[in-house]
Design a binder for this molecule. Structure first.
Ligand SMILES: Nc1nc2c(ncn2[C@@H]2O[C@H](COP(=O)(O)OP(=O)(O)OP(=O)(O)O)[C@@H](O)[C@H]2O)c(=O)[nH]1
Ligand SMILES: [Mg+2]
Length: 222
């Protein structure tokens, strides 16, 4: 096969961007580690319930957290969390389909970390781009709502391969959909044998306590 110089150049450019991002992500993680903060990256398709779960965690008050919100437009999600007493910064990417470590560093300047134990990043809603960018967090939490279908693990393997915890969200609706959480676990374990899975519903409250405990168990020493 002949070399395509345009393709080679594009690959080199993408690698350069990713390696710059990785270095910045290390700096973000160093900041978290130096300040005893647990960094969590929440990722999923749009509308699978990320913000609603964060609102539930805010009501529960099991740990002190702040939030960096990512969306293409609007300040809506940050405002929802502020109403619950959570300090939140909204990043509006305009067109970018993921957050990167530089955006996180900039947003962190606007947050106070003194009393904070956990910093949550709510990434842009999609199962593709966010999976490729380290944003300096310690764990990836990936939501898959029952309304999306249990085949998504196989269709979007990069996202689920990098998940530490999968939240099967909107499980209050499970009886209305052909969704098998056991199948999700089997498929996810093939990609990453260490992955954990929890069923959760912000409507019924199922799984909120378990998620809260999962996070509390991973808090750093202040
Ligand atoms: N039935 C049901 N609906 C839910 C649940 N969680 C969230 N929803 C609804 O799903 C919709 C989207 O929820 P969000 O929390 O905004 O989803 P998101 O993942 O933050 O969405 P983006 O930020 O746009 O990516 C809202 O109408 C919520 O009320 C749940 O557990 N059960
Ligand atoms: Mg949201």
């Amino acid at each position: 096969m002949q070399d395509n110089p345009h393709l080679t150049k594009k690959i080199e450019l993408v690698e350069k961007v990713l390696s710059k991002n990785d270095k910045e992500a290390i700096r973000v993680r160093e900041f978290f580690d130096a300040h005893g903060i647990l960094g969590l990256n929440f990722m999923s398709s749009p509308g699978s319930g990320k913000t609603t779960i964060l609102e539930q965690l805010a009501l529960k008050k099991s740990f002190r957290f702040n939030v960096i919100e990512g969306d293409l437009e609007t300040e809506n999600d940050a405002n929802k969390l502020r109403k619950r007493g959570i300090e939140a910064v909204q990043i509006q990417t305009g067109s970018a389909c993921h957050l990167d470590a530089f955006m996180i560093s900039e947003a962190m300047q606007k947050l106070s970390f003194e009393e904070i134990e956990v910093c949550v990043i709510e990434n842009i809603g999609n199962l593709v781009c966010p999976a490729s960018y380290d944003v300096g967090t310690h764990y990836n939490i990936v939501l898959l709502s029952v309304t999306e279908g249990d085949d998504k693990v196989e269709k979007y393997p990069v996202m689920f391969k990098n998940a530490d915890l999968i939240l099967v969200s909107k499980c209050d609706l499970i009886e209305h959909f052909d969704f098998d959480p056991e199948l999700v676990l089997q498929r996810a374990k093939k990609l990453n044998p260490h992955v954990e899975i929890l069923q959760i519903s912000s409507k019924s409250g199922e799984g909120i306590e378990a998620l809260s405990s999962w996070i509390c168990a991973r808090r750093r020493k202040k």
